[in-house]
Design a protein around this ligand. Structure first.
Ligand SMILES: *[C@@H]1O[C@H](CO)[C@@H](O)[C@H](O)[C@H]1NC(C)=O
Ligand SMILES: [Ca+2]
Length: 228
């Protein structure tokens, strides 16, 4: 009896069953400094990274699209929309790479991917099928105890949130790889064709937990086609 109790405790404490969110999206309906989705990655030491996701918002202020903090730096890997028209920042261990002239129309689904690799230190943003310039970021591994959050921007590991940088809108198809995807693979993701799912974060087997007001709904991105 006691063994059974211990076994069930371990089970609850350990691993939520990953969920296939293929035809789902996260809706962030309110501005707050609480509402977020915590993503549990496979791996904690990266020499290269790609993060891709799709989103829709009507925000014109700053917001975070993907916030990975570590014990070493609260901006370990951050994709951040600045309030400036067309400007996205990618931050790798505190080093800002700033990208200008990118599309950011309100109420429009965008595919965004960001790649970075430690050899060159170069970061890049892709919106839909189109690349930004490539700009220098951090040179070295991203490692340590990692905390990945959607919906809020971390100024501490799973903390230091600011409602004025929170995300309001919808996010879907979040993937993270421990390598830099080729241009061709990014374009396959952007076109929603068959692409290799993320080996660090996989939307089709997502390990996550929700804090506060975030709703899982049917994806609306491609109307009927996506849900068939
Ligand atoms: C990450 O891997 C590198 C070797 O590639 C190692 O030097 C470093 O200590 C590792 N970081 C952690 C936190 O284990
Ligand atoms: Ca921060």
């Amino acid at each position: 009896m006691q063994m059974l109790w211990i076994a069930s405790m371990l089970f609850t404490a350990c691993c939520a069953v990953p969920q296939d969110l293929s035809v789902k999206m996260f809706t962030f309906p309110v501005e707050s400094n609480v509402a977020r989705v915590r993503l549990l990655p496979s791996g904690n030491n990266f020499t290269s990274v790609t993060v891709c996701l799709r989103f829709l918002t009507d925000l014109t202020r700053a917001y975070s699209l993907f916030s990975m903090a570590s014990t070493a730096n609260n901006n370990e890997f951050l994709i951040f929309k600045t309030p400036n028209k067309g400007r996205f920042d990618v931050v790798t261990r505190g080093k800002f790479s700033r990208f200008n002239g990118l599309p950011d129309d309100p109420n429009t689904w965008y595919s965004i991917c960001s790649t970075w690799d430690s050899n060159s230190g170069l970061a890049q943003v892709w919106i839909n099928r189109n690349p930004s310039t490539r700009k220098v970021g951090f040179k070295g591994n991203l490692d340590g105890e990692l905390s990945i959050v959607l919906g809020q921007e971390q100024d501490a590991v799973d903390g230091g949130f600011d409602a004025a940088q929170s995300f309001v809108g919808m996010i879907t198809d979040v993937h993270m790889w421990d390598y830099a995807l080729s241009a061709c693979e990014i374009q396959r993701f952007a076109s929603d064709l068959n692409f290799t799912p993320g080996d660090v974060i996989n939307w089709r087997a997502l390990d996550f937990n929700i804090v506060g007001d975030v709703v899982i709904e049917d994806s609306q991105i491609n109307g009927c086609f996506h849900n068939q």
